[in-house]
Write a protein that binds this ligand. Structure first.
Ligand code: FIX
Ligand code: ZN
Length: 418
């Protein structure tokens, strides 16, 4: 059915976006059967590291004193400073209110205990189902770290995620701290030599194969500093060349690079202490040019890297650009970057992931993103319609399906959706 007015375009775009199930391709959530490492409820929402960074600007309490508070006390301080004493206009603060609103909890009381009462008595399994239904997220992709003792034990016990949760093998310690990580690998029975030789390569690959066998990961992922270079005569350069690229190619899984995070510039803030820097994208250009049979999922943290990343994707179809990551996930930037990506890549990219660390963040992060995407897509389809080109409801629905999940599963060339 061809749409004949701009009003018709907006209505069709809004319905297509609201009705489209989403695969959330990068989160820090866990299948509820993994236990307490899945974070959820109002106190976890309020103590999200984004809000920790923001509250530290309104208190003279030092970080060590803050971390000595218990979770509820931390949440109460954040509530008082960012919600009661001033208006919660920041994206992360507004997100808490959107979450309450979408969950049918009236924010007007401004009373934290009334919100806590709403979450009390719920189970993780029921909350997962409620949140996924509310956000229309049908599949959640996790971040799974074999170097995290708590999570490692869960996998070694033979635990597998429930159907609509999918694993990702995260390898930051292997690539960014091999000097220390090789000691762990040796302790786990991998005979890593002091020299980087055939034996060391084989043992790192055996480690990767063991975890691929346990996790069946959709992709292998790492976050990288702005200084990331490739090729590079370093542990990271050699492990990427000799291990990550051949193993991901063998298993036909993408190598996901999240580039531009400067870790712990303020270590006292822990997860809230990470910063951003513009990266030299030639590292990615070299990886893509030299490895045209590999697949690369890439997101970059600096706004200044976004244009060149989108142009690079025009050169190499084995690069799939995804998300507005972390400090990029603010409406003003999501709007600008999504427009630019559509103008350069048509719909051949993945516009967003939630990066949720707390379950209920899926609700607000997708609600906020959808609001922006409705504006952007309405404008883009109206631009096309105004040329006289017939735009139909089916066209828009097909494109929205691509953006919200088909591009991801087609890029994987496998479909584990349930
Ligand atoms: O490396 C990552 O996966 C980052 O997303 C996280 O480390 C970061 O703390 C985060 O959650 C940002 O949204
Ligand atoms: Zn993340």
């Amino acid at each position: 059915m061809t749409i004949t007015t701009e009003k018709g375009i907006r209505k069709t775009v809004e319905e297509a976006i609201d009705n489209q199930p989403i695969t959330d391709i990068h989160t820090h959530l866990f299948s509820p059967n993994f236990g307490d490492i899945l974070l959820w409820d109002i106190d976890e929402l309020l103590t999200y590291h984004y809000l920790v960074a923001e509250v530290m600007r309104w208190t003279d309490m030092d970080a060590a004193s803050f971390w000595r508070l218990n979770k509820k006390e931390q949440a109460e301080l954040i509530w008082q400073k960012l919600f009661i004493e001033r208006t919660p206009v920041s994206e992360a603060a507004r997100g808490v209110l959107t979450t309450l609103q979408e969950m049918g909890i009236d924010p007007k009381t401004k009373n934290l205990d009334t919100y806590r009462a709403e979450f009390a008595g719920r189970t993780a399994e029921a909350q997962v189902q409620a949140v996924m239904e509310q956000a229309n997220v049908s599949n959640i992709v996790m971040t799974n770290d074999p170097f995290d003792e708590q999570e490692r034990a869960i996998w070694l016990d033979g635990m597998k995620p429930q159907d609509n949760f999918h694993a990702v093998l995260r390898i930051d310690p292997l690539l960014n701290d091999f000097e220390n990580t090789k000691e762990s690998l040796r302790a786990w029975g991998y005979d890593i030599q002091e020299k980087w030789n055939e034996q060391s390569i084989a043992e790192v690959n055996r480690f990767l194969e063991d975890w691929i066998g346990m996790m069946s990961p959709l992709y292998m992922a790492v976050s990288l500093p702005p200084s990331f270079a490739y090729p590079e005569d370093s542990d990271r350069g050699r492990i990427i060349r000799d291990c990550i690229l051949p193993v991901t190619k063998k298993h036909n899984i993408p190598f996901a690079l999240m580039i531009g995070v400067k870790k712990r510039v303020n270590p006292d803030l822990i997860d809230a202490g990470d910063f951003v820097g513009k990266a030299d994208i030639s590292a990615l250009e070299n990886l893509l040019a030299e490895n045209q049979e590999n697949k690369f999922l890439v997101t970059m943290l600096s706004r200044e890297n976004q244009h060149e990343l989108a142009v690079l994707a025009r050169k190499f179809r084995h690069l799939m650009v995804f998300g507005c990551w972390w400090f990029m996930n603010n409406p003003v930037i999501v709007n600008e970057v999504t427009r630019m990506r559509m103008e350069l890549l048509n719909t051949s990219f993945i516009p967003q992931h939630s990066d949720a660390r707390v379950l209920e963040q899926v609700v607000y992060k997708w609600k906020h993103t959808k609001t922006v995407l409705k504006d952007v897509l309405t404008e883009k389809y109206e631009d096309v319609r105004s040329t006289g080109w017939p735009v139909t409801k089916e066209d828009i629905e097909k494109d929205v399906a691509a953006l919200f999940q088909e591009n991801f599963w087609n890029f994987l060339e496998k479909d584990f959706r349930r």
